[in-house]
Design a binder for this molecule. Structure first.
Ligand SMILES: Cc1ncc(C[n+]2csc(CCOP(=O)(O)OP(=O)(O)O)c2C)c(N)n1
Length: 442
């Protein structure tokens, strides 16, 4: 049973959910919010949406020769089925909207699946649980990956209808992740490079709070920050600057996956981006691992994460070589799948290629069943942490009170007394003014 104070902490975070009418999104949330306690928290009004410009049509040169066709396995494993569910949710949503980026989700589905299904610690029913692991999709254009994962994981913010409303006016699934629209999205991303910089900030915050509040017998702050970034993020200066700091600070709990698919918006990265990213990151003080088969190398991905976690004093970059648009027989490995719907004919061909006989937006029952455990698991993780916090609070009263203030973004009592006292205004005499004019004219 969680202590009252711990519940209060969760409530405060829930209260940060985003509606101008003051309601929360979580209908099944059993806690009621003591509004007076949290009146200091600002509710954000949903923005008026901008109209997304439709990408102009390009004549596409498709490198079909480079595309592998996946054989028809007699029986797909549940894991492959789940990964393909992510791929097809992305394909179907982009197809329905006739707008979006299917390529990245199709290529990154295996690493996304492993992260959300096996590795990350979070509570889908309370996206604001303080000690959750953080995930930042720095390559924000591939947001259907994140929406599909949030949907499968059981977040209330991304229901089937939300997926069907991808990129529509006032939907909870806008064309790039927005943390004030979709609980579960930690950081608004889209401007390339900025997401990984934010991930560095989140990992720094964790390390700072851990240093300040953790005790030898109670490590109350203890979570990881994961990010996925692509070639476009790697090209941006801001990413390098932030990653340099991450290396300098030795942010061991920052693990970034570099989606090394050799394709960017205009074609092969050979055109403009040929630097050695691995060597650069080593130079920045990161631990670097290369997963050579990000398409089906599930064990390779798992082993890389294990290795990354064992390195405590450096952030880790896991370069994962993937195929953009994996599974599409005629468009994979080409820029045509980066930012456009596949088109009905290619969707059919991809369904055949990946042996996916289902209707659009279908989540097979066994896949649903597999993911459903995460709701219970998440609640248990949070309850366990709440109990830990109650212990912490008993033993370290002052620190607990301070940490609570930080988590709920409240100011300590008497904060106004710490404000600097203003100096009385000195009115210059007419003589000194005349002096000044003389000086200026001289
Ligand atoms: C700072 C910035 N510049 C330009 C863009 C427009 N843009 C969106 S995606 C993209 C290409 C990203 O390439 P990559 O990371 O390789 O993604 P992939 O092709 O693998 O999906 C560009 C240039 C942007 N989002 N942000």
């Amino acid at each position: 049973m969680a202590s009252t104070s711990s519940l209060t902490l969760s409530q405060a975070l829930l209260a940060r959910t985003i509606f101008s009418d003051g309601s929360t999104q979580f209908s099944d949330c059993s806690v009621s919010l003591p509004t007076t306690t949290f009146s200091g928290l600002k509710l954000t009004t949903p923005r008026s949406r901008r109209v997304l410009p439709t990408r102009f049509n390009r004549s596409l040169r498709v490198r079909s020769a480079a595309v592998e066709t996946i054989g028809t396995p007699a029986e797909t494993s549940l894991l492959e089925k789940s990964v393909n569910t992510i791929r097809f949710l992305a394909i179907d949503a982009v197809e329905k909207a006739n707008s979006g980026h299917p390529g990245l989700p199709m290529g990154c589905a295996p690493m996304g699946h492993i992260l959300y299904d096996e590795i990350m610690r979070y509570n889908p029913k309370n996206p604001y649980w303080f000690n959750r692991d953080r995930f930042v999709l720095s390559a924000g254009h591939g947001c259907m990956l994140q929406y599909a994962l949030l949907h499968l994981a059981g977040y209330d913010s991304v229901q089937e209808d939300d997926l069907k409303n991808f990129r529509q006016w006032q939907s909870r699934t806008p064309g790039h992740p927005e943390n004030f629209e979709t609980p579960g999205v930690e950081v608004t991303t889209g401007p390339l490079g900025q997401g990984i910089a934010n991930a560095v900030g989140l990992a720094l915050a964790e390390k700072h709070l851990a240093a300040r509040f953790n005790k030898p017998d109670n490590e109350i702050v203890d979570h990881y920050t994961y990010a996925i970034l692509g070639d476009g993020c790697q090209m941006e200066g801001v990413a390098n600057e932030a990653c340099s700091l991450a290396g300098h600070w030795g942010l061991g709990k920052l693990i970034a996956f570099y989606d090394d698919n050799h394709i960017s918006i205009d074609g092969d990265t050979e055109i403009a981006f040929t630097e050695n990213v691995e060597e650069r990151f080593k130079g920045l003080g990161w631990h670097v691992i290369w997963v050579k088969n990000g398409n089906t190398g599930y064990d390779e991905i798992r082993a890389a994460i294990k290795e990354a976690k064992a390195v405590k004093d450096k952030p880790t970059l896991i370069k994962v070589t993937t195929t953009i648009g994996y599974g599409s027989p005629n468009k994979a490995n080409s820029y045509s799948v980066h930012g456009s719907a596949l088109g009905a004919k290619e969707v059919d061909a991809t369904r055949k290629n990946l042996v996916w006989p289902h209707e659009p937006f279908h989540v097979p029952e066994d896949v649903k069943g597999h993911w459903s455990r995460l709701v219970q698991q998440g609640a248990a993780l949070e309850a366990e942490w709440n109990a830990k916090f109650a212990e912490y609070e008993k033993k370290y009263k002052d620190e607990a009170a301070e940490l609570k203030l930080i988590i709920t973004a409240e100011l300590p009592a008497g904060w106004e007394k710490a404000l600097p006292v203003s100096t009385p205004l000195i009115v210059p005499s007419p003589e000194s003014r005349l002096n000044l004019v003389e000086h200026l004219n001289s």
